[in-house]
Every structure is written in C-alpha cells, then in structure tokens.
Design a binder for this molecule. Structure first.
Ligand code: AMP
Length: 279
C-alpha cells in the first residue's frame, strides 16, 4: 500500500492508473476507522482494480464550537486497517485546500432539513470536500455509508446535478452487537452514556416493527419512539421521503426515519428504512 499526503501527488497517481486502463474505487473518511468504514472498502475492493481510501478531518464541516480539535485520530491504526482491506492508496493529507481556496458547493434544496437545521455549515462542507476529492481521484466509483443518510442523498444529487462521471454506491449501516450504529464518535461514550446510546437504535427498530405490522400514522410512530429514547436532547426524529428528504406525516410507501440525539456531550445519528406492508 502506498501512502500519499499531497493532493497533486494523489491526482498524478490516479491519472497514471487511469491511463493504464485501471478502474478506481474510492472511500472518503475522516479516519479513526471502524467496521463501518471497512465495510465500504470491502464493498468496492472486488469491483475495482485500484482502491483509494482518504483520511482527512475536514475543517469545513465543523462549526467553531464543534469537536474538530478533539475529533478522534489514529493514523497508524487507520493505515493498518486500510492495508488489511487491500487498499492500494491511502491518501492522508495534513491540508487539503490550496491557499486562497474560495469555492463552496451547496445544495439548498436538500439542506433545510434534518442535520442541516442544527448544523447549517455541515453539508456545504461535506459537498465541497467530496467534490474536491472526486475531482482529484476522478474515480469510477465511490462508496458512502447509509449511516449518514442525508449525506448520501446530497452526494448522489450533487453528482447528478454536476454531471460528475462517477458511480455512487451506498453501504448498509454496520452496528455494534447491541444495535448501536458504529461511529468514530462512539469513542466519546463512557459508562451510562454508552448504555443510553443504544436507545437510539432500539427506538428506530421499534418503529420499523410497528410499520411492518401496519401503523402508518407518522405522529403516532414518532411519539412512541420518543418515549423509548433515554437521551439528553432529541435534535430531530423525522420520517422523510427517502429520495427528496421531505418530511412525511403518513406512510404511503417506503420511507426513512432519521434520528439525531445528544447523549452526554456526544451527538449521535442513526436511521432505518420504513417499509409499510403492501407498498
Ligand atoms: P466518517 O469518517 O464519519 O466521515 O465516515 C466515512 C464514511 O463511512 C461515510 O460514508 C460514512 O457514512 C461511513 N460510515 C460511518 N459509519 C458507518 C457505519 N456504522 N456503517 C456504514 N458506514 C459507515
């Protein structure tokens, strides 16, 4: 496995591989890699000739009061994980944006709901970094987790809107044995907070089960789910159209329920698909 820290070197490496006719797969991450990240590498590995993984904690997607400075980092562990998954190129830059970088990519139509309400800077930061990384690698396919469902939706939209020549693949959420969605931020959870964190997935699975047995009234589903949560604050608990992210009040077809909640000082997100019978 080769490791590069410079954007120009990444771009040159990828251009050379493409010139040789090789296909490129790409998994962008912020590091502190866990099974969720690794599942995306495993998803792409058999599909491409060369697998690229990036590890970069993107300053553009953090607000000043957020956890950029303390975001967990483990470059050696990340390199070992990438190597074990058969990565060809690990891109681990200290800085990703050139001096004078002034561009922002934003998707206002998808940016007014869910996470964007409490983190208004967030998806512009994500879309901007992903756009830059996709241009640097010019990969054939890139993988993103359904764990960040709004992010996946936004990236699919951006790629379509900007006619970017890349396939976007979504990977299912990887969970701890008790159901907690894996996240680098789970490292913040200690003692009772770790126990309370599991109520996010429990509430969502309960909702999923109720929908499977015929409940379609969204306010009733949400009320019951809120009762199951043992968290300090619910940022949102919303049932949305899977494609447009528009909030729904009645289930006419497949939808997604998305949840963000604060446990102690840790903000966690999770989501599951809702599939009403007969739709
Ligand atoms: P992050 O390092 O948090 O920016 O995540 C990098 C990629 O890994 C994103 O596409 C995430 O959606 C994905 N990811 C993070 N956690 C999980 C998980 N538990 N299951 C599947 N994918 C995940």
């Amino acid at each position: 496995m080769k490791t590069l820290t410079d954007a120009t070197a990444l771009s040159a490496w990828a251009a050379e591989a493409r010139a040789e006719g090789l296909t490129l797969g790409f998994v962008p991450t912020m590091g502190y890699l866990h099974e969720g990240h690794r599942s995306l590498m495993r998803l792409l590995r058999p599909r491409v000739d060369r697998l690229i993984v990036s590890v970069y904690v993107n300053e553009l997607q953090f607000a000043p009061h957020e956890d950029f400075d303390v975001y967990p980092r483990d470059p050696e562990g990340d390199a070992a994980a990438c190597e074990a998954e058969g990565t060809d190129l690990l891109f681990m830059p200290d800085a990703l944006y050139p001096p004078g970088f002034a561009t922002r990519v934003s998707l206002p139509a998808l940016d007014g709901v869910l996470c964007s309400e409490s983190r208004p800077h967030f998806f512009t930061g994500v879309a901007t970094v992903v756009c830059r990384l996709l241009h640097l690698t010019r990969c054939n396919v890139a993988a993103f987790g359904e764990k960040d469902f709004q992010q996946l939706t936004i990236i699919r939209r951006m790629v379509e809107d900007l006619a970017m020549d890349v396939e976007i693949v979504g990977g299912p959420i990887v969970r701890e044995p008790d159901g907690l969605a894996m996240s680098s931020r789970n490292a913040y959870l200690k003692g009772i907070d770790r126990e309370r964190a599991v109520t996010l997935s429990q509430a969502l699975f309960d909702m999923q089960a109720r929908v499977a047995t015929g409940e379609r009234d969204v306010p009733a589903l949400v009320e019951r789910a809120r009762e199951l949560l043992r968290v300090d604050e619910v940022d949102y608990l919303q049932v949305v159209d899977s494609r447009t992210l528009e909030p729904l009040t009645w289930l006419d077809g497949p939808a997604r329920v998305a949840l963000a909640a604060v446990v102690g000082r840790t903000r966690l997100i999770d989501n599951v698909a809702l599939e009403p019978p007969g739709t």
